[in-house]
Design a protein around this ligand. Structure first.
Ligand SMILES: NC(=O)c1ccc[n+]([C@@H]2O[C@H](COP(=O)([O-])OP(=O)(O)OC[C@H]3O[C@@H](n4cnc5c(N)ncnc54)[C@H](OP(=O)(O)O)[C@@H]3O)[C@@H](O)[C@H]2O)c1
Length: 239
């Protein structure tokens, strides 16, 4: 095991695929002991995979208890799990609104809330919330998603203010257009439009996001808190 992070314990949510799986693999490679949650409980090899639906507070608590028993208290949390239920505002059903808010915003709240007491006791913590460029540019057809992701920015900055004196940082990474199952659902026209507007002229790979997250989780990033780091090829520049 590499010594880069002295075997700190990290939890990443949403590790069954996509960005979360890449973040878990990067942290593992950097020497963390990593647990990964998702509803299915699958995670990359070497990661302690746990089934946990973040819309259920009891499952969140049970996942933490298992991590504490098997690896120790969580020192690094990456709240990555998220969903989309797209549709135009006028036609959006309450259920589509609620599912996205309950997963992306309330689920992240539950996950962070359970992490902070042990971090406070340890006088160390790194929290990274995965938001989206949609939080600040807005995305037609995604009022539920954009609202949930904008909420994470307010959450992170409030947590940063509450817990900074305990040596706990809380930051946001805001990906742009990343090649994963989530964006695979988009039409070819929407994908082509994104690519035209991205200054770097390509979609992000999951490793682009994971590298930024890995830095914010590191001991070296200890004086960075309350920031929103766009990893978006420049599409949200200046906003
Ligand atoms: N892809 C992009 O372009 C992009 C851009 C900006 C931001 N993001 C954000 O980045 C994060 C990861 O996106 P992705 O593209 O990797 O998505 P993805 O491929 O759809 O993966 C989403 C992950 O979240 C988990 N998840 C969903 N609902 C959950 C729940 N209720 N409880 C626990 N886990 C749950 C899924 O696992 P199970 O289905 O097994 O539960 C899966 O592991 C999301 O927050 C997304 O909003 C993505």
């Amino acid at each position: 095991m590499s010594n880069e992070q002295n075997g700190r314990v990290a939890l990443v949510t949403g590790t069954s695929r996509g960005i979360g799986a890449a973040i878990a693999a990067h942290l593992l490679e950097a020497g963390y002991r990593v647990a990964g949650t998702s509803r299915t409980g699958t995670a990359p090899e070497g990661v302690l995979g746990i089934a946990c639906d973040i819309t259920d507070p009891e499952q969140v608590d049970a996942a933490y208890q298992r991590i504490e028993a098997e690896l120790g208290p969580v020192e690094v949390l990456v709240a990555n799990a998220g969903v989309t239920r797209d549709g135009l505002m006028a036609m959006m059903k309450d259920e589509a609104w609620q599912e996205v808010i309950d997963t992306n915003l309330s689920g992240t709240f539950r996950t962070v809330r359970r992490a902070v007491r042990p971090m406070t006791r340890a006088r160390f913590g790194r929290i990274v919330l995965i938001s989206s460029v949609s939080a600040y540019v807005g995305t037609p057809g995604q009022v539920n998603y954009a609202a949930s992701k904008a909420g994470l920015i307010g959450m992170a900055r409030s947590v940063a203010g509450e817990l900074g004196s305990r040596n706990i940082t809380c930051n946001v990474v805001a990906p742009g257009f990343v090649r994963t199952d989530m964006t695979e659902e988009l039409s070819d026209d929407v994908k082509a439009d994104y690519l035209k507007r991205i200054p770097l002229r390509r979609a992000a790979e999951v490793d682009d996001i994971a590298a930024a997250v890995r830095f914010l989780c590191s001991d070296e990033a200890g004086y960075i808190t309350g920031v929103v780091l766009p990893v978006d090829g420049g599409i949200g520049m200046g906003r």
